[in-house]
Ligand binder design. Structure first.
Ligand code: ADP
Ligand code: MG
Length: 474
């Protein structure tokens, strides 16, 4: 047996262990890590592989540990075999991987399997919780787990959400869900809330948007009721804040949120957060808050795949009891790639039309009914295309889109390209800034404002922009 405990970064070196072997194991594990990272991407790597610690290698079996049962199940189901295979090519005697849950835990994280004590439900707390129900935003009755179609792009986020909803103790804190618009973040959060309300109604769940959180907070300050505000937020079992990117740049709200967050985590209460970007990409968020958000499980929902879109269409059509020819469904899944919300909207219109004309709908009719939606989905312009087209149009070098040159002759076209990137793509300001030689998001914001301004002052310029837009949209 090779004792490899020293690879746990936190633990000391084993006393009688063989240093050489440990180094070899560590090196092999590193190589496996590098390959895995390439295969599964950084986010999944950070979530699943990074927490793995190697305990020992015995008779060709690599014994590893992970912090929670949930992780163990996930790693076993998704990565164990691959890890073993990769390891085998480093060291042929390796046959399999055995994953168990380790009992050491990061400080402050409650142990799994220990039931959190629920408070006695007396009259006072019942009243409090009734009040809290009022604090919580209304839940959409359609947004339950049963209506959520699971596919590759969202299976991880879905599994994490389910785990939170079903857990008796806090499996990871917070759960940070992120992904583009209309990909199901709110749906999953409501799903968690519905499930908890149904199965453990004594647990109080507070769901609201970050925007509402801020308004409540500002209101509490105005009415001098901040103590009540704090009490209400700090006495819930599960706090869910949707679209947290909203409080970026809003310092005092962030401050309050940070303290609420810490108070709840310290008491072992569950927090679920959603945003349109990963914690580290949230511009205007305080560093300490970002690091807190990064502490739990970060799960991203990826853009939909054709299979998932088709699955969603089938599920929604069945719910509406609508008969749509499979050709039309495939057409829709193929054409509406932006997000699930638009996909749903498209389907609704097709169903409405079919009912109106009283017969099955054809692809031609679908094209007609959805021409605007299809057109918008047809051409997703890339920032690179915009840069090329604009550089061409103004007769500057493409490299000047990224350069630091500030002469008007290049700065203005660059601003135009930024403006068009904002208008024609779904990219965020920081993302656009990055593509223009790593500029700051405020530079992009300024460019957008400037171009808008100039369009109003100079009709020739406005026509130029319009022309560019039309060329880009094809
Ligand atoms: P987000 O909060 O990420 O912007 P939502 O949760 O509001 O997105 O989802 C937008 C719409 O798409 C909702 O009507 C939701 O029910 C639906 N939707 C998103 N993902 C799925 C899915 N996987 N299965 C079924 N419906 C989905
Ligand atoms: Mg949402």
């Amino acid at each position: 047996m090779i004792d490899a405990t020293s690879m746990d970064t936190t633990s000391h070196k084993g006393e009688d262990s063989n240093e050489m072997d440990q180094d070899v194991i560590a090196a092999q594990w590193n190589t496996v890590n590098d390959q895995l990272r390439g295969e599964i991407g950084e986010a999944a790597f950070q979530s699943w592989i990074k927490p793995i610690k190697i305990r020992s290698i015995e008779n060709g079996v690599v014994h590893v540990t992970v912090p929670t049962r949930f992780m163990r199940d996930w790693v076993v189901a998704h990565y164990a075999e691959r890890i073993a295979t990769l390891w085998q090519s480093e060291s042929p005697e390796i046959a399999s991987l055995e994953v168990s849950v380790r009992s050491d835990r990061a400080p402050g994280q409650p142990r799994e399997g220990i039931r959190r004590q629920t408070q006695p439900v007396n009259e006072a707390s019942r009243n409090m919780s009734a009040e809290r129900q009022g604090m919580s935003a209304a839940l959409d009755s359609r947004f339950v787990f049963d209506n959520f179609v699971v596919g590759k792009p969202n299976e991880f986020a879905y599994a994490a959400a389910r785990r939170i909803a079903e857990a008796e103790s806090v499996p990871f804190n917070p759960l940070f869900l992120y992904g583009g618009v209309g990909l199901g973040k709110t749906h999953l959060m409501h799903g968690i809330a519905w499930h908890i309300r149904q199965t453990t109604p004594e647990r109080t769940v507070l769901y609201l948007s970050a925007e509402k959180f801020m308004h409540r907070f500002v209101q509490a300050i105005r009415e001098s009721t901040t103590m009540d505000f704090k009490d209400q937020f700090r006495s819930v079992d599960v706090l869910m804040i949707d679209d947290v990117q909203f409080i970026a740049g809003k310092e005092s709200t962030q401050e309050e949120f940070f303290h609420t967050f810490n108070a709840l985590v310290d008491q072992g209460r569950q927090i679920v957060i959603s945003a349109d970007k990963s914690p580290s990409d949230l511009v205007g968020m305080e560093e300490r808050l970002i690091s807190r958000l990064n502490c739990g499980l970060v799960a991203d929902i990826h853009a939909t795949t054709y299979e998932l879109r088709l699955g969603i269409l089938q599920s929604k059509a069945a719910q509406m009891r609508a008969e749509i020819p499979s050709k039309v469904m495939e057409f829709l899944a193929h054409k509406i790639t932006s997000n699930v919300r638009e996909l749903e909207g498209g389907l609704n219109r097709v169903v409405a039309h079919a009912q109106l004309i009283g017969r099955e709908i054809s692809i031609e009719a679908t094209q007609d009914v959805l021409h605007d939606l299809l057109r918008a989905n047809d051409r997703r312009v890339t920032i690179e295309e915009i840069q090329k087209q604009v550089a061409n149009h103004f007769n500057i070098r493409l490299s000047d889109m990224h350069s630091a040159r500030r002469a008007r002759s290049v700065a203005r076209p660059r601003q135009v390209a930024m403006y068009l990137a904002k208008q024609l793509t779904a990219r965020s300001l920081p993302e656009i800034g990055r593509k223009f030689g790593g500029r700051d998001h405020t530079t992009v914001m300024h460019a957008v404002k400037k171009v808008d301004e100039l369009k109003g002052l100079d009709t020739g310029f406005a026509e130029d922009i319009e022309l560019l837009r039309r060329m880009l949209e094809g």
